[in-house]
Write a protein that binds this ligand. Structure first.
Ligand code: SAM
Length: 363
């Protein structure tokens, strides 16, 4: 029988007590690494749990319907709280910050947050969006200091795309957002496509062909068992190797070295020199051993794995009488005991385990 390895060796009700004790514990100096020697260098910040799409594999309508209770505004971290937390993470070695959600462009005055984060120093500041509001916002985001953007787009076929986002949103508007982002200088621009068997797999080659030669990098993502609402089955996954095989049969590819250690996507370039693609094989070729990412949820919970069951309540410290140094100690303590490597130990048993939703923790 398969063994289930706990994602975090601490019951949820003790998490806050642990954080408070760690805040008042010994000071942490120097770069931090977890129990597997992984540094902390990336931070993903979810700025809202709401989305204007209902992608069938992420926020299915029968769960996230009209009656679904999203977080009330008072529960959300304020921009000041987000920036304060981010500053502490930067002190601990974070060099890349990605804003996500839900749909981050739904958060009111997001440009203001971008401007505040950009002042933290020499960071790679980026954002993942479904692109619906990008045509309107690309320039103001760039002016505020955003470096780059990743746009999610699962198909170029309008009927398929409308069915996948399940709110009848047309492809053309996302493509207009991509053009606006390019014009604003938010590049290199990445396009994320989730490949789900029988749903978007026919879009693999058209997507590659459409963006080949544009300078934009399409990243084909294996459909993952995040959350507990999408009814994931291994049969729904088209393995990255198969994705590459299908593209290279028509548009020959050659492998490329990673840009840096820990890069999520495996890189491939077109043999004719007209650009590159990436494949994110988090199911068939897990990359936990290089994972340097922490995630801050909309209401301030710190997660160290996309597949986690619970987070650590940083908001409790941010709204309490704790100094930046104490918050730094608490984050360092959480990272120091991090042992999670879900994708490497995924089994038929772990797939059904309770996990936070992607729309809540941020992609
Ligand atoms: N709303 C933004 C967007 O659409 O990009 C940001 C949040 S969304 C949760 C981030 C990314 O997660 C998207 O690219 C989405 O396609 C991807 N995603 C969501 N559920 C997924 C799943 N089960 N497997 C793989 N990727 C998934």
């Amino acid at each position: 029988m398969a063994t289930i390895i706990p994602l975090n060796p601490m019951p949820a009700h003790d998490a806050s007590a642990f954080l408070r004790a760690a805040a008042n514990g010994p000071a942490h100096a120097g770069p931090i690494v977890d129990t597997r020697g992984r540094a902390l260098s990336d931070l993903r910040i979810s700025v809202t749990d709401r989305c204007n799409f209902r992608c069938v594999y992420c926020m299915p309508k029968d769960v996230f319907g009209r009656d679904y209770q999203f977080l009330p505004h008072a529960e959300l971290l304020t921009f000041e709280e987000i920036v304060r937390a981010a500053r502490v993470f930067v002190d601990l070695g974070v060099r890349k910050i990605r804003l996500t959600g839900g749909e981050p462009l739904l958060r009111k005055n997001l440009e203001k947050l971008v401007e505040m984060l950009a002042r933290l120093g020499d960071l790679d500041l980026t954002l993942t969006t479904n692109g619906a509001l990008l045509a309107k916002k690309a320039k103001s985001l760039r002016d505020a200091g955003l470096n780059r953007v990743t746009v999610s787009l699962d198909s170029l076929d309008d009927a398929t795309f409308r069915a996948m986002n399940d709110v009848d949103f047309p492809v053309a508007n996302v493509l207009a957002g991509i053009d606006a982002a390019e014009a604003a200088g938010l590049s290199p621009l990445k396009v994320n496509m989730v490949v789900k068997a029988g749903i978007s797999e026919d879009s693999i080659v058209p997507m590659a062909r459409h963006f080949k030669g544009t300078g934009h990098i399409v990243r084909f993502i294996e459909y993952m068992d995040v959350g507990a609402t999408n009814g994931w089955r291994m049969d729904d996954v088209i393995p990255a190797a198969e994705i590459v095989r299908r593209i290279t049969a028509e548009l020959p590819l050659a492998p490329v070295d990673p840009n840096y250690s820990g890069e999520v996507a495996q890189r491939w370039r077109y043999a004719d020199g007209s650009g590159e693609i990436g494949v994110i094989a988090s199911v068939t070729q897990a990359f936990c051993r290089d994972c340097t990412r922490a995630r801050l949820s909309t209401e301030g919970k710190l997660y160290t794995c996309l597949f986690a069951t619970h987070g650590h309540d940083l908001r409790d410290l941010l709204r309490g009488d704790f100094t930046d140094m104490q918050i730094r100690n608490a984050i360092a303590a959480v990272w120091g005991r991090r042992a999670d490597r879900y994708s490497e130990v995924r089994t038929a048993n772990t797939v059904g385990a309770p996990k936070v939703e992607m729309s809540y923790i941020g992609g």
